[in-house]
Design a protein around this ligand. Structure first.
Ligand code: ATP
Ligand code: MG
Ligand code: MG
Length: 320
C-alpha cells in the first residue's frame, strides 16, 4: 500500500516510522518546495515524485493548492480549520463551549471588543499562526489590527488540557485520556498523560471532540486544546491531525497516535481499545542534540532538524 502525507515536517516523519513497521510505503510531499521525501528521510528524492497513491493525508491544516487536493481526505476540514473565523463559528453553531470572541479585521479598532467581550483580549491572526505566533495581547484602548483576526476574551483558566482521538471511516471513535499541557512563551513544553483528575473531564472532552469529528465526517486523528476553568471546559482550538500533546502515546500507549491516524486513513482496522500507562512528554526546544539525555529514563525522539530559538527539535517520553 502506498500513502502520501502533505507536509514535510516531523509529524509526517513520525508517521513514516510507523508506516515502515506496518509495511506501508509512505511518501511525504512539501507543498512549498514541491519535493518528495520517503518515509522518515530528511533529504528529498528529486523534484518529481511518485503518483498513484492509495490515499493522501496531511500533517498540517494550512495547505496551499497541491496536485493532490482532489484525493486529499478531510479536505473540507482542513479548509475550515485553517481559518480561525469559520472554526469559531463552527463551535457556536454546534453549541460547543469556547472562549467568547468577535471578528477584528485589518484596520479596525479593538476598542468595541474590549467593551463587549472582555477587558483583556487575545487577538489572533485568522490564518497561519502556531506556537503562539500571530497573536497579540490587548488590554489598553487604541489597538488597531494589522491583519484579519479574531479577538478572544483572555480566559483565566486553571490549566490547559487537550484530548486526542481517532475516528474511523465507519464512524467508530477511540480516545486517549485527557492530558495536561504546560506552555512557555506560547510553546508547548510539557504534557502529562493522563492529566491529574483526568476522569473529571474525560466524558465532556470526548463529547466535544466526538461532536466535531462526527459533524465533519472526519477520518483520522484529531486533537482539541481546551481551557480547564474549574467548573467548565472551553475550546481553545482544534487540530485535524496528529498533535504534539499526543506524542507521549509513542511510548505510553498500546497504539500511538501516528499509527491510529495511518490505520484510519488507510482503512485498516483500529484497535479494540486504547490502553496506556502514565507518561510525561518533554519537548526539546531550540537545543542541540545531546546524547547525555540517554542517561535519563526517557525515550528520546530527535527530529533531525537544525536547532533555532523556539523551534521544536525533538521530545523525550518518560514513563512515570
Ligand atoms: P499551537 O502551536 O498550539 O497551534 P497557536 O499559535 O495556534 O498554538 P493558541 O493555541 O491559540 O495558539 O494559543 C497559544 C497559547 O496562548 C495557548 O496555549 C494559551 O496558553 C494562550 N492563549 C490562547 N488563547 C487564549 C485565551 N483566549 N485566553 C488565555 N490564554 C490564551
Ligand atoms: Mg494552533
Ligand atoms: Mg494551540
Amino acid at each position: 500500500m502506498k500513502g502520501l502525507v502533505i507536509g514535510a515536517g516531523q509529524l509526517g516523519a513520525m508517521m513514516g516510522e510507523v508506516a515502515w513497521r506496518l509495511g506501508i510505503e509512505l511518501w511525504r510531499y512539501c507543498p512549498d518546495t514541491h519535493r518528495y521525501f520517503f518515509g522518515t528521510e530528511m533529504d528529498a528524492r528529486g523534484d518529481t515524485g511518485p503518483s498513484d497513491f492509495d490515499w493522501v493525508t496531511a500533517e498540517r491544516e494550512l495547505l496551499p493548492q497541491t496536485p493532490f487536493h482532489g484525493v486529499l481526505l478531510n479536505l473540507a476540514t482542513y479548509q475550515l480549520v485553517s481559518d480561525r473565523l469559520p472554526q469559531k463559528k463552527l463551535y457556536d453553531e454546534l453549541g460547543l463551549p469556547t472562549a467568547p470572541w468577535g471578528e477584528l479585521n485589518t484596520g479596525e479598532s479593538a476598542d468595541p471588543l474590549l467593551r463587549d467581550i472582555g477587558s483583556k483580549l487575545v487577538v489572533k491572526a485568522r490564518q497561519g499562526g502556531y506556537d503562539g505566533k500571530g497573536q497579540w495581547r490587548v488590554s489598553e484602548p487604541g489597538f488597531v489590527s494589522e491583519a484579519d483576526c479574531i479577538a478572544e476574551a483572555m480566559i483565566p483558566f486553571s490549566r490547559e488540557v487537550s484530548i486526542v482521538g481517532v475516528r474511523g471511516a465507519d464512524g467508530r471513535k477511540l480516545f486517549y485520556p485527557v492530558v495536561e499541557n504546560i506552555h512557555k512563551d506560547g510553546i508547548l513544553v510539557e504534557t502529562q498523560a493522563p492529566a491529574a483528575e483526568a476522569g473529571k473531564w474525560q466524558a465532556e472532552a470526548e463529547r466535544i471532540l466526538g461532536t466535531l469529528m462526527d459533524h465533519l465526517g472526519y477520518v483520522g486523528v484529531m486533537a482539541v486544546e481546551l481551557f480547564d476553568c474549574g467548573d467548565k471546559l472551553l475550546i481553545n482550538e482544534m487540530a485535524p491531525r496528529v498533535h504534539n500533546s499526543g506524542h507521549w502515546s509513542q511510548d505510553g500507549a498500546n497504539v500511538c497516535q501516528f499509527e491510529l491516524h495511518l490505520r484510519a486513513v488507510a482503512g485498516l482496522p483500529l484497535p479494540e481499545k486504547l490502553t496506556w500507562v502514565p507518561t510525561r512528554m518533554d519537548n526539546l526546544i531550540g537545543v542541540a542534540l545531546d546524547y547525555q539525555w540517554l542517561a535519563g529514563n526517557g525515550k528520546v525522539h530527535w527530529y533531525n532538524k537544525e536547532p533555532r530559538p523556539g523551534r521544536k527539535v525533538g521530545h523525550i517520553n518518560t514513563l512515570l
